[in-house]
Design a protein around this ligand. Sequence first.
Ligand SMILES: Nc1nc2c(ncn2[C@@H]2O[C@H](COP(=O)(O)OP(=O)(O)OP(=O)(O)O)[C@@H](O)[C@H]2O)c(=O)[nH]1
Ligand SMILES: [Mg+2]
Ligand SMILES: [Zn+2]
Length: 311
Amino acid sequence: MSAAHAFDAEVIATFGRRVLLRDAAGGTVEARPLGRKLAIACGDRVGCVSDAHHDEVRVIAIHPRTTAIWRSNLRGDAEVVVANISHLVAVIAPRPAPDYFLIDRYFAAAASSGIASILVANKADLGYDEELGAERAAYAAIGAATLECSAASGDGVDALRELLQSATAVLVGQSGVGKSSLVNALLPCAAIATAELVRQTGEGRHTTTAARLYDLPSGGRLIDSPGVRDFAPAISHLEPGTLGYADVAWLAADCRFLDCRHMREPGCAVAAAAASGALHARRYESYRRMRRLYEKLVAARGPARPARAPG
Ligand SMILES: Nc1nc2c(ncn2[C@@H]2O[C@H](COP(=O)(O)OP(=O)(O)OP(=O)(O)O)[C@@H](O)[C@H]2O)c(=O)[nH]1
Ligand SMILES: [Mg+2]
Ligand SMILES: [Zn+2]
């Protein structure tokens, strides 16, 4: 009779409380966490046990994360979205219309965890308006790579493939921007479901319902994730001074007050840069919105706990 045994595995998909694991030998198995306290995300490395008959696998521990994206749920609590990634790839499209404020909040969460940001302007075949150029410049200024591509025509997909070659990356963005289509373009045998935009609203249908990790034949690993309407970073995982806004952080060194919030303080170098055009005005407005959201969440939840170890 075989005994229960313990092993380590990687979480390659999450469906509510169920997860799909891949063990060291590359085999996949479904599992459930043991107890309600374990909040497991795609990309997590976990410790598991299986019973003597191997018909039930339970996750018993989450190994320390190198990085993670944390969101604030409706109660204001931190929830892990994805773990152990090196790059966050925010995807936009001409339709549905880009929400750059959403991109900013994702990049703020990424920067706060040491994750590199990439902006992918997909569906370039549909044509972008001139706004994109200024946005790309603003993102380049915070160190994000930006590129235009089309999952439909294949244009620019090679450049994306190259960027991801040694990355573990997650695709995020609104529903219907073409995240799953990009996975299919990078990994033709994936053949994962994609869907037409809902005609009346121009919104996606939320075709992808679970995060899922794919190995790219060209190198690198890519996590497809469900589209979102909104994303609020968890306050407990944001850098409190500049909230993960690198452009604000650099300018803040010249503010008159060390504890400047860059809202309406006298001698604020950030506000001055926004007024002169040195800081992209929409990025400054975005920072101000993030600051107001942060302070609202802090007031509701109490002050942010000191940042924990990475992740
Ligand atoms: N014209 C054009 N259409 C595209 C392109 N990429 C994707 N689409 C279409 O956009 C629609 C949505 O694509 P999906 O890949 O399902 O979008 P998604 O971001 O994965 O959406 P969710 O899973 O709901 O988050 C589909 O009809 C795709 O065929 C592109 O480069 N050009
Ligand atoms: Mg999808
Ligand atoms: Zn300031």
